[in-house]
Structures are given as structure tokens and as C-alpha cells.
Design a protein around this ligand. Structure first.
Ligand SMILES: [Zn+2]
Ligand SMILES: [Zn+2]
Length: 234
């Protein structure tokens, strides 16, 4: 654009950035425009008016809004205060709910942990008692094994007649023990656990279980379901 043309620029015009010519009108919605922009470019179909008229209209709008107080900081500030309060409430509520989650879950986890320990202790105790019964039989039969060795030794010694007589009660008792009628002991082993949570209301309808009820249920969770019987000679 030459200097002669640039000199035609007024306070109510500018150089179009698309076509590098001086604007002649005002797109009411957008900005100063040249005829090419209105005909071919992004402002196609927009309302174009005289720039001085546009200035008047825009200044009228300023006046209206200044009068109504909308351009004051206080006006937007009332919105911002409300929005900031909403943000604070959002955070506060988030923290409160997360605390609730933590409390409810931790209580449940604690009940489950306690229950786990109680189940472990009772299962362990049960097997310990069963094992003690077997160990008792084991020691009884180990003793008998020793008696057998002893009797075998006595019987094989050539000059043991006197000893046999002196220990005849031991010999008789020992042989009696070995000739006792064969018995069987029964072993009752836990073979499965019941992992179902049993709730009284078993009707075919939705049942609400509160967290305290859930904790109550968990306190008795995982019971012995079945035993397996085993027999062994003794
Ligand atoms: Zn233009
Ligand atoms: Zn426009």
C-alpha cells in the first residue's frame, strides 16, 4: 500500500489484515472490515454498518452498563465470591466423604482382621487337640515297641530263667498289652469352611445391610462347614 493510500486512514478505519486495504465499514459483531472481507471472507452475511454509527451504539452500551453498575469490580466480585465458596465447599465435602470412606472401611477391615485372627486361633486350637490325641497313641505304641524289644531280648537269652521269673509280671503285662483287642481311633478333621455370609432375612427381596450389621455379620464370618472322619488303628 502506498503512502497516499495510508494517508486516507482515519480514526474510524484500519488496514485490513486479510486484503491489506483500508476498511470502509464496521462489522457490527466483529471489527472494522473491508468490502472484500464482507463479500468473500469470514464476515460474509454479517451486518455491516457505518463505523461512526457503530461507535455510537457501542458507547451507548458502555453507558447502560456503567449505569447499571455491571462494569464495577464489585459486580463480578459477587460472582467470584460465590464461585470461590462453591470451590471451598467442594473441597470440604470431598475431604469429609473421604474421611467417611476411611472410617467405614477401616472399621470393616479391623473387624475382618480380628475375625481372621479368631478363626486362625480356633482352627489351630482344634487341630492341636486332635493332634494331641494322636500323639498320645503314638507314645503308647512307642512304649509297646520298647517292651517288644525287651521281651525279645529276654526270650533270646539262654541263661535268663531267673530274670524271667523275677520280671514275670512285666512279661505278662507286656504280652497282655500286645494281645489287647485291636481298636480304632477316629480322627475328626475340619475339611471345609463355610464362606457364606448368613443373614436372617432370606426372602427373595432386596435386603439392606447397614455397615454395623455388616460388621456384626463379619464377626461370625467363616464357620466350620464340614468334618472329615479318618480311622487309625490303636
Ligand atoms: Zn478485509
Ligand atoms: Zn463479522
Amino acid at each position: 500500500m502506498n503512502t497516499a493510500e495510508v494517508s486516507k486512514l482515519t480514526a474510524l478505519s484500519a488496514i485490513c489484515t486479510n486484503y491489506q486495504i483500508i476498511t470502509q465499514g464496521q462489522c457490527f459483531f466483529c471489527s472494522l472490515v473491508c468490502p472484500s472481507c464482507v463479500m468473500f471472507s469470514t464476515h460474509k452475511g454479517h451486518e455491516v454498518i457505518q463505523p461512526d454509527e457503530a461507535v455510537r451504539k457501542i458507547r451507548d452500551k458502555f453507558d447502560q452498563n456503567i449505569k447499571s453498575g455491571k462494569l464495577k469490580v464489585e459486580y463480578t466480585e459477587t460472582f467470584l465470591v460465590d464461585i470461590r465458596q462453591a470451590l471451598v465447599q467442594c473441597d470440604q465435602q470431598r475431604n469429609k466423604i473421604l474421611k467417611d470412606v476411611d472410617k467405614v472401611m477401616n472399621d470393616l477391615i479391623q473387624v475382618l482382621k480380628d475375625r481372621k485372627n479368631a478363626v486362625i486361633v480356633s482352627v489351630d486350637e482344634y487341630f492341636k487337640q486332635e493332634k494331641e490325641k494322636i500323639l498320645l497313641e503314638e507314645s503308647k505304641w512307642r512304649d509297646r515297641q520298647k517292651i517288644c524289644e525287651e521281651l525279645l531280648k529276654l526270650s533270646s537269652k539262654k541263661d535268663s530263667d531267673q530274670e524271667i521269673l523275677i520280671r514275670s509280671k512285666y512279661v505278662a503285662d507286656g504280652i497282655d498289652q500286645l494281645n489287647e483287642r485291636q481298636k480304632f481311633s477316629e480322627l475328626k478333621l475340619i475339611s471345609s469352611l463355610d464362606a457364606i455370609v448368613h443373614h436372617r432375612d432370606d426372602a427373595d427381596k432386596a435386603v439392606d445391610i447397614s455397615s454395623s450389621e455388616l460388621m456384626q455379620l463379619f464377626k461370625g464370618y467363616l464357620q466350620i462347614n464340614e468334618y472329615k472322619r479318618l480311622q487309625y488303628k490303636c
